[in-house]
Unconditional design. Structure first.
Length: 198
């Protein structure tokens, strides 16, 4: 799993998701999986590798069970199964003897802990703007060109401003705090209504 071929699979997956979702080519790779509400492909591959190792180590076939346990606990890096098990445990920061603790919920929790709050907020805004772009939602205060510009800006971390509003921040209550012609207000991302703050 630590080979460059695994990384090349991750790169191709990210390129495919960018094309599928029509995201900018320079979209940061850390944003792709959260926008799609998926695990990062590396985490998914490592989880599947761990599942295979655990199934082999608890197999009903004594030969499979003995060989896999020997490879994991004694041969370590000299065995492909041992090397993969060690790499996965190091990645998820788990002791090799507790490899069976790595399950889907564990991987999802570990991934959520790695996501920082500004990144989480940014992916929420991108998802909302993609809904507007593809007519799953509408917002009367933005033109399609503004929506596309906002998506590109957020995905590539360019300065986030567009003709109608200056975006100041996005908070956890689904409000996009904006300034329009020196009027401070907020844009509700569920109703897409602009409210002026007095």
């Amino acid at each position: 799993m630590s080979l460059s071929t695994a990384e090349s699979v991750c790169i191709v997956w990210r390129k495919g998701i960018r094309r599928l979702w029509d995201l900018p080519f320079q979209t940061h790779s850390r944003l792709i999986a959260p926008v799609c509400e998926l695990l990062p492909i590396r985490d998914e591959l490592l989880f599947r590798c761990v599942s295979f190792v655990v199934k082999c180590m608890s197999s009903g076939n004594s030969v499979v069970r003995t060989v896999s346990q020997h490879g994991v606990f004694f041969r370590h890096m000299l065995s492909p199964i041992g090397a993969n098990a060690r790499f996965c445990c190091n990645y998820f920061d788990v002791f090799l003897g507790h490899i069976d603790k790595i399950n889907k919920q564990f991987v999802c929790r570990a991934n959520q802990q790695r996501v920082i709050m500004p990144e989480f907020n940014k992916t929420n805004v991108i998802k909302e703007l993609l809904n507007v772009k593809y007519n799953f939602a509408s917002v009367s205060v933005l033109y399609l060109t503004d929506v596309v510009f906002c998506i590109e800006s957020l995905c590539t971390e360019l300065s986030f401003s567009f003709p109608l509003f200056d975006v100041l921040m996005y908070d956890s209550y689904n409000k996009l705090i904006v300034r329009s012609k020196s009027q401070l207000g907020w844009l509700n991302l569920h109703t897409y209504q602009y409210y002026r703050l007095q």
